[in-house]
Design a protein around this ligand. Structure first.
Ligand SMILES: NC(=O)c1ccc[n+]([C@@H]2O[C@H](COP(=O)([O-])OP(=O)(O)OC[C@H]3O[C@@H](n4cnc5c(N)ncnc54)[C@H](OP(=O)(O)O)[C@@H]3O)[C@@H](O)[C@H]2O)c1
Length: 330
């Protein structure tokens, strides 16, 4: 690939939302590297997606220690993309990583101990070849480790300068409030909660969004397209190369068929609005101002380009809202 020079108009396309009551702004659409960036994937494809994202003003790239497969390979590949293309623009990027799920053998390779979190972040920094990440998340609540210990580890890495902000992921409303209180007392406010939120997964509407607002915490929605279900990807069956077709994909083939009736109906609404279903599904989440950003995945530049189109038609009429809610509640 030729030497990368980012588009000079890269800050025209995206809008940026303040993350809770922090000083940090995030693009309304962020890019996640959970799938499509591992050592099972084509490196140059992932590289094109990241370059395109940055050209469009997507400044936020989300990783985790275990993304791949193999675990760690997405961070390694992202590190290569940084080294080849984006290193000069490090100060324009918000890079996040996480620890919480299984990463290495033995009692210190997962969950929420100080031992695990601090070692894992050190490993992530090496794999990506960076001195610090912008956001370091605890990836999932740990029912056994005292929450104080986990939050103290986040506070510690922020004070060390290995992370600029602390985040939590997959924390319920109640767990979020507890974590936020501890972090506030420690002097490192909780920046953000990364939660599963889409038209098909709406648990955050029952308290989590309100709690986040109360504590001044941003919310970033992961799998906002339900891993591709909320797009036209599966309308004609399961295509070769799609996430549901891959043995390592987290979307299982048996999850596709039961969703299709609603997907078809939603697709009709999207067509009547003159946009793709993916665009409508993203706009649907972004209409709630408590949602800082939607964190999409993409297996091609074309998909990401399509998703960015959500920003062009983000409003809903009352009639559309009623139609959509009726379909979702069926
Ligand atoms: N904190 C956590 O526990 C957690 C968990 C999961 C994810 N995440 C984060 O959230 C990010 C996004 O998750 P996700 O990948 O599940 O998000 P998603 O946006 O719901 O799904 C992305 C997939 O949908 C398909 N797609 C995307 N745009 C499309 C379009 N315009 N038309 C047709 N198909 C389209 C692609 O699938 P194909 O591959 O089939 O083309 C793509 O890989 C992850 O990368 C990760 O950073 C966090």
């Amino acid at each position: 690939m030729e030497t990368y020079l980012p588009s000079s108009s890269r800050y025209v396309r995206c809008s940026y939302n303040r993350c809770g009551r922090s000083g940090l702004k995030l693009p309304m659409i962020s890019l996640g590297l959970w799938h499509n960036f591992g050592d099972v994937d084509v490196f140059e494809n992932g590289r094109s997606i990241v370059r395109y994202a940055f050209d469009q003003g997507i400044t936020h790239f989300d990783l985790a220690n275990n993304y791949g497969p193999s675990p760690g390979s997405a961070e390694e590949n992202f590190g290569q993309i940084l080294a080849k293309d984006l290193k000069p623009y490090r100060d324009e990027l918000v890079i996040s990583t996480k620890a919480g799920y299984w990463m290495w053998d033995g009692p210190y390779g997962e969950w929420g101990s100080r031992k695990y979190l601090i070692s894992s972040l050190d490993q992530s920094l090496k794999r990506m070849g960076v001195d610090y990440v912008d956001i370091f998340y605890h990836h999932r609540p740990d029912p056994e480790t005292p929450l104080e210990e986990t939050m103290m580890a986040l506070d510690h890495v922020v004070r060390q300068g290995k992370a600029l902000y602390a985040g939590i992921s997959n924390y319920s409303a109640e767990e979020t409030a507890k974590a936020a209180k501890i972090l506030k007392e420690l002097g490192t406010p909780c920046l953000i909660n990364q939660v599963k939120y889409s038209m098909f997964e709406r648990w955050v509407e029952d308290g989590l969004l309100a709690t986040a607002e109360e504590w001044g915490i941003g919310v970033i929605a992961f799998s906002p397209l339900a891993q591709g279900l909320l797009t036209d990807r599966y309308l004609q069956g399961i295509p070769e190369g799609s996430r549901a077709s891959k043995s390592w994909g987290f979307l299982q083939p048996h999850q596709v068929e039961p969703a299709l009736d609603k997907v078809r109906q939603l697709n009709e609404v999207a067509i009547s609005r003159g946009q793709s279903l993916a665009q409508m599904a993203l706009a649907w989440l972004l209409k709630d101002k408590r949602v800082t950003s939607v964190l999409v995945g993409a297996s091609s530049v074309a998909q990401l380009a399509n998703n960015l189109g959500a920003l062009d038609n983000a409003g809903f009429t009352n009639d559309e809202i009623e139609r959509i809610i009726a379909i979702l509640n069926e």
